[in-house]
Design a protein around this ligand. Structure first.
Ligand code: TRP
Length: 373
């Protein structure tokens, strides 16, 4: 199948993404064979998490029952939607495996690159992100949730983090920034260096000391990892263990493209009502079905292109056999688009009903995550 031109950078995703091409262009590796615990997880089993760098180091740590850190970050803007569950589910998964979590609210990055206001971002980080993370299974134990603009109330820790963020620039050149990012502004450069500090600082003596760190992100974030790995590898004041990272495909937006909180008709939010979910799926969800029922019965639909099918595959139908039956029925023409959409609507609404109940309970837990030094 011929793909149209596409673009994937940390600041912009557009077009019909060719994920295999990105693997080659970025120089990341496919996932290796994974131990059984991973295969129990839909995201790993179905290759939603599909590429990696140095992931073997994390697999070794798990095998040898050694400590490791999972570090990732979030952009505190807009509503939390089902696409954000990709990272949230991995957080909960690694935490259950015994990892210590570091979660950065990228408020300085959003301040510098998206003109956001700190107070507003704090509210979004808690009401949208943290509450949903907790409802999705995140526990305050072994979890360091922090704001880039306020690393810690412990001065030694805080100093160490900001010292790293600013001193990393000594080992970076302008040319490598241009080579990796193309166009680059001072704000983006500062964000990139700060993100490198996010990813390496767990290894400072003020934090965990030398320790393997895995960073699960969308494939658009790999340029940040490339820069961080290069610069961090040259850093002299601490000898860091190289970063491990995994990359997931994007959650498709309802109409295709990437699901984005800045585009209302692209996402299902965790707070959407059953009626809203039904309306959005029926009205917007891009269909891989044929133009007429007659044609559909004859040629069948194309699940690979069908957003409703993709949502079932990524989250909402965890049973492989049931998913296969849907795939077969849809691609043979036995199942119509309206029927496929109905299955998805019911699945999402059942999930959100339970999630919204847990989210209410999570309100009491929030305090346990905030402002621990
Ligand atoms: N740049 C990331 C985003 O756009 C947010 C982020 C900040 C991050 N620090 C990080 C991601 C460290 C992973 C690791 O979403």
């Amino acid at each position: 199948m011929e793909k149209e031109s596409f673009k994937v950078t940390p600041w912009e995703v557009k077009g019909d993404v060719d994920y295999e091409k990105l693997v080659r262009e970025f120089g990341v590796k496919p996932m290796p064979n994974l131990p059984e615990v991973f295969n129990k997880n839909v995201l790993f089993r179905r290759h939603i998490v599909y590429a990696q760098r140095d992931f073997d180091r994390i697999l070794d740590a798990i095998k040898n029952k050694k400590k490791f850190v999972m570090m990732t970050g979030l952009m505190p803007s807009g509503k939390f939607h089902i696409g954000h569950m990709l990272v949230a589910q991995q957080m909960a998964f690694y935490q259950k495996l015994g990892a210590k979590l570091y979660i950065a609210v990228a408020d300085l990055e959003a301040y510098n690159t998206r003109n956001k206001d700190f107070e507003e971002m704090k509210k979004v980080a808690v009401d949208q992100y943290l509450l949903n993370y907790i409802a999705l299974g995140l526990s305050p134990k072994n979890c360091d949730f922090y704001f880039q603009s306020r690393r810690s109330d412990n001065a030694e820790k805080s100093n160490a983090y900001y010292r790293l963020a600013t001193s990393l620039s000594r080992y970076a050149t302008f040319n490598e920034f241009s080579a990796v990012y193309g166009e680059i502004s001072p704000g983006k450069m500062a964000s990139s260096l700060l993100q490198a500090a996010d990813m390496f600082h767990p290894q400072l003596s003020e934090f965990e000391g030398k320790i393997p760190v895995v960073v699960p992100v969308g494939i658009d974030q790999d340029p940040h990892l490339r820069i961080a790995r290069d610069i961090g590898g040259r850093y002299k004041d601490s000898k860091f263990i190289q970063l491990s990272s995994t990359y997931h495909i994007f959650m498709p937006g309802l109409k295709g493209g990437k699901m984005s909180s800045s585009n209302e008709s692209s996402f299902i939010a965790m707070t959407d009502s059953p009626k809203e979910v039904e309306m959005k799926i029926k009205k917007y969800a891009f269909s891989g079905g044929r133009d007429t029922i007659e044609e559909h019965r004859k040629h069948g639909g194309v699940p690979e292109k069908d957003v409703s099918y993709q949502y079932l595959r990524m989250f909402f139908e965890p049973d492989d056999e049931k998913l296969k039956k849907i795939y077969d029925d849809y691609s043979s023409g036995k199942m119509l688009t309206s029927e496929l959409k109905q299955i998805l609507i019911e699945k999402i609404n059942a999930f959100l009903k339970e999630h919204q109940r847990k989210r209410k309970l999570a309100e009491k837990e929030v305090g346990k995550f905030l402002l621990k030094s």
